[in-house]
Design a protein around this ligand. Sequence first.
Ligand code: ADP
Ligand code: MG
Length: 360
Amino acid sequence: MITVKNVTKKYGKFKAVDNISFEINDGEIIGLLGPNGAGKSTTMNILTGFIEPTEGDVIINGYNISKKPRKAKKCIGYMPEGVPLYKDMTVKEFITYMAELKGVKKDKIKESVEQAMTDTWLQNVKKVLIRNLSKGYKQRVSMAGALVGNPEILIMDEPTVGLDPKQIIEIRNLIKKLGKDHTLIISSHILSEISQICEKVIIINKGQIVAIDSPEHLEDTVNVENAINIIIEDKENKMPNLKINGAKRIELIKENDDNTKEYRIIPEKDYDIRKTIFSDLAKENITIFELKKPEITLEEAFMDLIKKNEKEKEEQAKQEEEEKKQKEEQKKQEKIDKKEKKQEKKNKKKEDKIKKGGKK
Ligand code: ADP
Ligand code: MG
């Protein structure tokens, strides 16, 4: 089990990682997703004890990585960004070296190294110098270095970056295989890649966690609900006030130089809006030049999630403010009520006195 508690990493004033917290259970396959510069590698370097956080704690199977680094690190195999550095070693030499670094017992080293090479399909190149391997093979060597000694937790930083499609499939299959008996954390800047392997995705942006969710649910949000983009000529500018059957929202994307405009139309749930777009726009004499499903980039998806997240936060703050105001108002009212009651009592006493006096 991995617990990350309020971890921050500062470089000067800049926060590469900004107060993140999450938990990973044994056997889970987690994707760490974010655009370039989001803080993925920094997070992984902190998780594996490569760098110290400025604030916060990382606990690996009960060991705090800052206080019990050796015990914590023993549970982890790390495949950092890029390819292995020791280019002048053979595959076997490198993996043996990694096993020694990790403190695998002497009499177990040979067996561990063989196992790691078998698991990553490297047996046929074990005597080859790393510098002479293709990128895909180098990645596998790096992975074998992480695997050796059979740590429970494997952390891999963008393992498929720079590979060709065939190699990507190979590495992906390997990762799937490893996922069966390891806790896995894999980073990527490509949602589709992670969604095929991972059960849970942690999205980070600008060092902060934006969402923790299942890939299925995320992709639903990301695919912006069957949205359609249209490019139209709308001389009388009717579009902003137009009602299209089945449309939930209409957003202006951009105005082109040739006086056409691009809009995005988001339909009510699971509704194919294309039919109604044609008929409703024809009625208004709006010409459609193009109609297409938008290619929603990951960047857009992030922005979407981030915007939603920020909006939610804003609304929450507003609500809290509102509640505070209401409470204050209530207190004020109670004070006034008390005062009035007091006054009433006083008045009554006075009246009673007068009445009594009158009787006399
Ligand atoms: P990712 O892996 O998601 O692409 P990184 O974790 O590598 O992102 O980097 C996050 C941010 O922190 C980036 O803006 C990067 O420039 C910055 N950063 C990373 N390492 C350092 C460092 N040693 N010194 C200063 N800034 C750094
Ligand atoms: Mg990185």
